[in-house]
Design a binder for this molecule. Structure first.
Ligand code: GRG
Length: 288
């Protein structure tokens, strides 16, 4: 993952504008929010899924940069005073703390739109139909029926009294859809057979839920120093989570079962999917 993170850094540095122009603060804020931090899980998934189908590494890294730009936008907006109102992200001041609220809002907007610019460029894929499908699928994953819809449910959650089915739906939209896009994008770029794409989508579905359960556990059991962001947020906000419904041990057992199930979906790819299998273990054992 560190090796992918280093490669991604170079691509992000290249695609993110850095001009000495009057509007420079927003460009600086975009770079601040997306360079030099994060686990780069989604880029790792995208790259390794793409490599299964012989996609060029450079092209896959561009699509990986696009998905990370959307992820970083979501973190910037999620941290704003009108959302979670957080001061710490990736172990550093949040974007609106480092700059100001308006600049952070605009930086998030520009990261989101910039992601589609990157996907639409020929260097990402020679086939315009593939580029169009990447754009459409990322829009679906990030929009009102995906991440944004999940975030809306999350804001409403303290008043919703969600059960397991409700929390699962919320999390699948809020974090799961972007993870699923990351895995499916590799199949789209490699023009994979539908069955192979479905196998990756099923893997991503289970991995995304395992990832979210681990996130809920870190929110309860981790420290801000360790995780790089404020913890205890869900309990403070009175939100039901996988941990509040299943208990910490029950949540750990469920995350492990989901990680195993995720790996089982990779069976058609044999040993070539070793990196994707390994990341399922990382996702549930992670400390950040
Ligand atoms: C504001 C439109 C909008 C959406 C925000 C994804 C999201 C929706 C908010 C993030 C808040 C959050 C802590 C969600 C829990 C799971 C999650 C996405 C954690 C952060 O992702 P990581 O752990 O972060 O991959 P790094 O920093 O490693 O990239």
């Amino acid at each position: 993952m560190q090796a992918v993170a280093a490669e991604l850094e170079t691509v992000l540095d290249h695609v993110l504008p850095a001009d000495d122009v009057p509007e420079r603060p927003v460009l600086d804020a975009m770079r601040y929010a997306s360079l030099g931090g994060g686990k780069r899980l989604r880029p790792f998934l995208l790259l390794n899924a793409a490599l299964l189908f012989g996609v060029s590494r450079q092209a896959a890294l561009r699509a990986a940069a696009a998905v990370e730009m959307v992820h970083c936008y979501s973190l910037v907006h999620d941290d704003l005073p009108c959302m979670d109102d957080d001061d710490l992200r990736r172990g550093r001041p949040t974007c609106h703390r480092q700059f100001d609220e308006a600049t952070a809002l605009l930086a998030g907007d520009a990261l989101l739109t910039g992601a589609f610019e990157v996907l639409a460029e020929e260097a990402t894929h020679p086939d315009p139909l593939v580029r169009a499908e990447l754009v459409r699928e990322l829009a679906l994953a990030a929009g009102g029926r995906g991440m944004v819809g999940g975030q809306m449910m999350d804001l409403l959650a303290p008043g919703l009294d969600l059960d397991m089915a409700g929390i699962t739906r919320l999390q699948q939209m809020k974090t799961g859809r972007l993870i699923r896009f990351s895995c499916e994008a590799g199949a789209i770029m490699g023009k994979a057979a539908l069955a192979q794409r479905h196998a990756l989508a099923a893997y991503a579905h289970d991995l995304g839920l395992a990832f979210q359960i681990a996130d809920d556990l870190l929110d309860v059991e981790g420290s801000a120093d360790q995780v790089g962001k404020r913890v205890g947020k869900d309990a403070d906000a009175g939100k039901a989570t996988f941990v509040s419904l299943l208990g910490a041990d029950g949540a750990r057992t469920q995350a492990a079962a989901l990680a195993d199930q995720a790996c089982a979906h990779l069976e058609p790819f044999g040993d070539r999917a070793a990196a994707l299998r390994a990341v399922a273990g990382f996702v549930i054992d992670r400390k950040v």
